[in-house]
Structure formats: structure tokens, C-alpha cells
Design a protein around this ligand. Structure first.
Ligand SMILES: [Zn+2]
Length: 120
């Protein structure tokens, strides 16, 4: 969250040159400020959307009790359904125990999938 906040503060600094350019050419009147914000808004709508969606939600499915699809142990099970660049919501669901789930997420991390961690 802190990283995203820093990114957001940096993004606000990017709007400084736009404001400065418009104000410099059109003066610091209310009209110039409105124009500057219109320009900024049409650019930063996309930038903000990127900031707030690039770390897409990580979606875990949790089963209180079941049989691990990997080792067959009967325990609490997890399944990663969605992470950035990873979407298995429609796939044949595979549930894993704590240990197998960790092994699986480590494999995915090696493939470059960004996974924060298991949650209910
Ligand atoms: Zn297992």
C-alpha cells in the first residue's frame, strides 16, 4: 500500500508541469486553472486507472476441509483462482493443502506471477 501511495504522490507531481504550462501561458485565472485540470484529468484518468488496477486483486478460494489434489492429505485447502497475469477462475479447480499450496505458489512466482500470499 505504501508503494502505491508513493506512486500516487509521484503521479501528482506529474500534473505540476501541466498546471505550470497552462498558467504560464494563460495566466493564473480561474479559466486557466479549469483548462489545466481538464488536460490533467484526461491524462491522469488513465494513469490513475493503471495505478489502482495494475496490482489486480488476488483471489483465493478456501475450503475448511477436503482432500489435497496433490498429496491426498485431508485438511484445510486453498486454491489460487486469480492473481495479476494469472486467471484460473474458469479452470478445473485444484485445491491444495498448506504445504502443496506453498510449493505451487513458489513455482508460479518463478514463472513471474506476482503472488502476495494465501488468505481466506
Ligand atoms: Zn498436499
Amino acid at each position: 500500500m505504501t508503494k502505491r501511495f508513493m506512486l500516487y504522490l509521484f503521479r501528482w507531481q506529474l500534473s505540476t508541469p501541466i498546471l505550470w504550462l497552462v498558467v504560464r501561458h494563460l495566466g493564473a485565472g480561474i479559466g486557466a486553472t479549469i483548462i489545466a485540470n481538464l488536460i490533467g484529468g484526461s491524462i491522469f484518468f488513465w494513469v490513475d486507472r493503471f495505478i489502482f488496477t495494475s496490482k489486480a486483486v488476488e483471489l483465493w478460494h478456501f475450503k475448511e476441509k477436503g482432500v489435497c489434489d496433490s498429496c491426498g492429505k485431508e485438511t484445510s485447502l486453498w486454491r489460487l483462482a486469480m492473481a495479476p497475469n494469472y486467471d484460473r477462475r474458469d479452470a478445473n479447480p485444484k485445491f491444495y493443502c498448506f504445504k502443496c499450496s506453498k510449493k505451487r505458489t513458489d513455482e508460479l512466482r518463478q514463472q513471474g506471477i506476482k503472488i502476495r500470499g494465501r488468505s481466506r
